[in-house]
Design a protein around this ligand. Structure first.
Ligand SMILES: *Cc1c(COP(=O)(O)O)cnc(C)c1O
Length: 455
């Protein structure tokens, strides 16, 4: 993951004036911006009878509509392709939906490469954007024909020694300094571990060309979770200008520019979501403006969105199992940070709907917690919500990306099931919940735990 500072989000200018930090979001909801789950209480209760909470549930309809909108937004570019960032949500059932829309996979590790390959993605459909890359991952990526996006100048020699330089190769660019849109600082690439400097990329392209590379790509990821339609166009300007300079200096054939990820979603109800159509049109303008005069009219645009493709179309469903009244009012859930780490890790906001109480007044202030022995295991702090009773189902919004995927097993807690809520209203188990046997399975080489490890 990116550094926590990278989780900067620029709030849209259309921010509701009378909304302030500690204020109830129900207040604005009543006015206009209701953030509601994609599924009803009755349907969730039915699913929870069969698959006990907690679980992540995904909205097939939303995933499909969004994937279609992304393709339409970039339809002006003949070679456009979204390589879904597998790390955001590696569930194969969900990736197969995106595959129907022509998406490829952006992989960052051996297992992600293995999964993409097993799902039938061809080499060209797999981007390998990794850093501090181990030898075996370069070897495997090359074996399955994935496009390798080098993170560093020194990796050229490493790759050359391991497997030789492939025909198609990409390099990741880091311009350094601060990344700004207008006057606001979006992020700090100068402090990020990723990418080549400009000088290194020019020199790198020359070396790669001399070693037989024919088709070149350039990639950059300069800000994370950007909630503004200006991120991609601003990044595109930097990359397109750099690309023109690279082609001029090195004479390589530029095949693609990879805008990578970073397109954010509206986690809070007052944020104005990104408009992918506007983003696509704005990138088009910059493309024509910079590539037109340079005669680069065949360059493909690639993206590697994770959050934007999946984030809003997932929710974590958990049951309120305990109430605690001490110095504060607590609601204890059957889910914890193991199922969704973003609030604990980044202090990230995730909206919560108490199912069936969508229209009730938010007149109770709660900390909504999990059961880890970690005081940061809280899905919400001082959140104004309707009164919560033991047994209520809570829907924690926007967990489709970097949700389940960031899970871990601290305190020996187990990872949950994942459910796909189909367009026809049916629910399909797309990952079973972990069992204690899964947790103990890595001791199956010995008998220290007896039967527990399933040996
Ligand atoms: C994490 C990552 C992405 C996806 O980022 P999102 O913010 O989820 O869109 C894309 N490319 C690379 C190289 C990444 O590391």
């Amino acid at each position: 993951m990116r550094s926590p500072q990278a989780a900067v989000s620029t709030t849209s200018e259309k921010r509701d004036e009378d909304v302030t930090g500690g204020r109830s979001f129900c207040h604005i909801e009543e006015k206009k911006m209701k953030k509601l789950p994609f599924i009803t209480k009755e349907e969730l209760e039915k699913i929870a009878e069969k698959y006990p909470t907690p679980f992540h549930i995904y909205d097939e309809k939303g995933i499909r509509e969004n994937a279609k909108a992304v393709n339409e937004a970039f339809a002006w570019n003949k070679g456009f392709k979204e390589f879904f960032a597998v790390k955001a949500n590696p569930n194969p059932f969900l990736i197969k939906i995106l595959q129907e829309y022509g998406c490829g996979c952006d992989c960052s590790s051996l297992t992600e490469l293995m999964e993409a390959h097993a799902l039938g993605f061809s080499g060209e459909d797999i981007m390998f954007s990794s850093n501090a890359t181990p030898d075996n991952e370069f070897i495997y990526a090359n074996e399955i024909g994935a496009t390798i996006n080098l993170d560093d100048f020194t990796h050229i020699e490493v790759l050359d020694k391991l497997v030789g330089i492939p025909e198609t190769i990409s390099c990741r660019f880091n311009p350094g300094g601060l990344f700004k849109i207008s006057n606001s600082i979006m992020d700090n690439p100068g402090d990020a571990k990723y990418g080549f400097t400009k000088e290194q990329i020019i020199e790198g392209f020359k070396i790669l060309k001399s070693k037989g590379a024919k088709y070149f790509g350039i990639h950059a990821f300069l800000a994370s979770n950007t909630v503004t339609n200006d991120y991609y166009p601003t990044l595109a300007r930097t990359l397109f200008e750099t690309a023109v300079e690279l082609v001029r200096e090195t004479g390589v054939e530029l095949k693609f520019v990879n805008l990578s990820g970073g397109i954010g979603i509206a986690y809070t109800p007052d944020q104005m979501p990104n408009d992918i159509k506007v983003i696509g049109e704005s990138v088009h303008k910059v493309y024509d403006e910079i590539f037109g005069p340079a005669g680069l009219n065949d360059v493909a645009i690639y993206t590697e969105m994770g959050r934007f493709m999946m984030g809003p179309y997932g929710g974590l469903v958990t049951t309120a199992i305990r109430q605690k009244h001490t110095h504060k009012e607590y609601i204890g859930c059957d889910a914890c940070a193991v199922n969704l780490m973003r609030p604990a890790m980044y202090g990230a906001y995730h909206h919560i709907t108490v199912m069936g109480k969508e229209n009730a007044p938010c007149d109770h202030k709660y900390d909504v917690t999990g059961s880890l022995c970690e005081n940061n295991d809280k899905f919400a702090i001082d959140r104004m919500l309707p009164e919560i009773n033991v047994g209520d189902l809570l829907f924690i919004h926007d967990t489709g990306a970097h949700g389940f995927a960031m899970g871990y097993n601290y305190n020996g807690k187990l990872k949950s099931a994942e459910i796909l809520y189909h367009t026809d209203g049916s629910a399909q188990l797309i990952r079973r919940a972990e069992t204690p046997q899964d947790y103990f399975a890595t001791f199956d080489f010995c008998d220290v735990l007896g039967d527990l490890s399933g040996k």
